[in-house]
Design a protein around this ligand. Structure first.
Ligand SMILES: Nc1ncnc2c1ncn2[C@@H]1O[C@H](COP(=O)(O)OP(=O)(O)OP(=O)(O)O)[C@@H](O)[C@H]1O
Ligand SMILES: [Mg+2]
Length: 511
């Protein structure tokens, strides 16, 4: 572990331009007002000392990583007695994202060409007392014990960095000239940056996507950064537009953009407005959306809950059945979820059936019975069965018995239902569909708190390899929720089955 000795006095800075000038002229970065605010806080143009503790909380794509990399490169080049310590929420983020940008800037502007500098993937070293390094956020010991007349700690994606690492890193900031810059997307209040802001000790800079020149001027002034197109797309996914008149009493719940009002949600707050939200604790489908799409059985006795409002005379009778097969371990149930389809919508969710002790043959038998009963009543039953692992046995039996159904492998490739969205697999596509239908209000769910909490518990994640969207692994959700999300999965399956039927029908019409 590199350690450098203390108690030297800070040397004079090298004769380099100001940070602002360096960023603009040497690196070719557009210094728009918010970036300027960050640079001014860090290294004022008049040469007075910058703020020791700076926190930037911002929307996505504002240029946070670009600005932080510029600060690191400028500081390192300006102060020959400095150490720059950098980290981010994961080692991949450090290596590819922050250091990708640090290296890219260095290469493009030939910052270190012709100097005695050794460059590594996550380290630039002049001497053993003057270096810049990427530190893994997983190993607190590696973040301790650095001393130099000037130290800069630079953290990207800081809400994802643990308190242990932050404590280890801030332990190095003992010197007169030490500075720390935290950059984050404010997605988690249970985090070091949130507490930093609350303490009142930090210079806080806040960036909303609406401040960005690309968005203000509807241009591509800064290619690659946030844009109006991105905001339009995100608003569709993350919120609903207000269709009635806005009541004064609820004004705080909405934001206005381009003369339209949208309901605020944790995703909108954190990712677009740069405001603190608890996204890390929020599922992909927010609980308030789920609650807004429940159909009430008030006034209907419990034993008659299976009786739904009649489908209009003469309309085709269609029912959807989704079956999530229990794994037989850890108390997972096999759950049957179904919807009654109404020609003028919305589709209503019927009763759930859940069983804990059914074997695969019994499950196949139950599906077959349901199918035959529907046939007798002239109802088309659209069946989707979880074909992952054990479920395969049920599908084999159904196939053998000639019961039409859609076997759905959760890990299989998506069907392209959402062009433009990078979705890793079928389970994620199922949840994107469920969310879309809830947002559009074309379905109504059963009224059960337990079930609603299950849907809301399922979080969005990224595939490690291709960075496409997937849902968080089932066992992680299970650990947090205390049970498996079988009811939610069965519900999403039932909806997905209907969609597959629609695609199949459409295909039949294409010669
Ligand atoms: N001020 C700028 N000048 C030049 N290019 C910029 C500027 N801001 C952003 N970019 C470019 O836009 C892209 C996105 O920027 P960057 O990755 O820094 O944003 P971010 O805020 O860190 O995004 P995320 O929220 O995904 O972490 C990059 O390709 C970067 O080069
Ligand atoms: Mg970034």
């Amino acid at each position: 572990m590199p350690r450098s000795q203390t108690q030297q006095t800070a040397t004079q800075p090298a004769n380099l331009p100001s940070l602002h000038e360096f960023a603009e002229k040497t690196l070719g970065i557009t210094v728009w007002p918010k970036i300027r605010e960050i640079f001014d806080a860090f290294a004022p143009e008049d040469g007075t000392p910058g703020s020791r503790k700076i926190l930037v909380r911002s929307c996505n794509g504002a240029g946070k990583t670009t600005a932080l990399a510029a600060i690191c490169n400028w500081y390192f080049m300006t102060y020959p007695d400095s150490i720059v310590l950098t980290t981010a929420s994961s080692w991949n983020q450090v290596r590819w994202n922050l250091w990708g940008e640090i290296r890219r800037q260095a290469r493009a502007a030939k910052l270190y060409d012709g100097r005695e500098v050794t460059m590594f993937e996550t380290k630039i070293e002049v001497t053993e007392k003057h270096f810049m390094i990427g530190i893994s956020p997983n190993i607190p010991e590696n973040a301790m014990g650095f001393h130099a007349p000037r130290i800069l700690v630079a953290v990207d994606e800081a809400t994802g960095v643990t308190r242990e690492i932050m404590t280890a890193l801030t332990g190095n900031l003992t010197g007169e000239h030490a500075q720390i810059v935290l950059i984050c997307n404010p997605i988690d209040r249970d985090s070091y940056p949130f507490e930093a802001e609350q303490s009142g000790d930090w210079t806080v800079i806040h960036i909303s996507a609406f401040d960005h020149p690309n968005v203000e001027n509807d241009s591509e002034e800064i290619p690659g950064a946030v844009s109006r197109t991105w905001i339009v797309d995100r608003l569709k996914s993350w919120t609903t537009e207000l269709t009635q008149n806005l009541l004064d009493a609820t004004r705080g719940l909405y934001i206005k953009w381009l003369d339209r009002w949208y309901r605020r949600s944790p995703m909108v707050d954190a990712r677009i407005l740069g405001e603190w939200a608890d996204l890390e604790h929020e599922g992909f489908i927010p609980l308030d959306l789920i609650k807004a799409r429940v159909w009430s059985r008030k006034g209907i006795p419990r034993e008659r809950w299976g009786d739904l409002p009649p489908v209009p005379e003469g309309a085709p009778r269609v029912r959807a059945l989704g079956v999530d097969i229990g794994r037989g371990v850890g108390g997972d149930a096999t759950v049957y979820a179904s919807f009654e389809i109404y020609p003028d919508g919305p589709d209503l969710q019927r009763l759930f059936v859940s069983t804990y002790d059914e074997n695969l043959m019994e499950a196949a038998e139950r599906i077959r019975n349901e199918y035959e009963e529907c046939c007798q009543q002239g109802i088309e039953l659209v069946i989707a069965v979880d074909d992952t692992g054990l479920g395969g046995g049920v599908c084999d039996k159904l196939k053998k018995d000639g019961i039409p159904h859609f076997p759905v492998q959760f890990g299989a490739s998506e069907r392209g239902l959402f062009p433009g969205k990078e979705i890793a697999n079928t389970r994620a596509e199922m949840y994107f569909l469920l969310k879309e239908e809830l947002l559009e209000g074309t379905i109504r769910l059963l009224d059960s708190d337990r079930f609603h909490r299950e849907i809301a518990a399922v979080r969005l994640d990224r595939h490690e390899g291709n960075h496409r969207y997937k849902m968080e692994a089932k066992n992680i959700t299970k650990r947090r929720l205390g049970r498996s999300t079988d009811f939610a999965d069965a519900t999403a399956l039932a909806r997905y089955g209907l969609k597959l039927r629609e695609i199949e029908k459409r295909k039949k019409f294409i010669p």
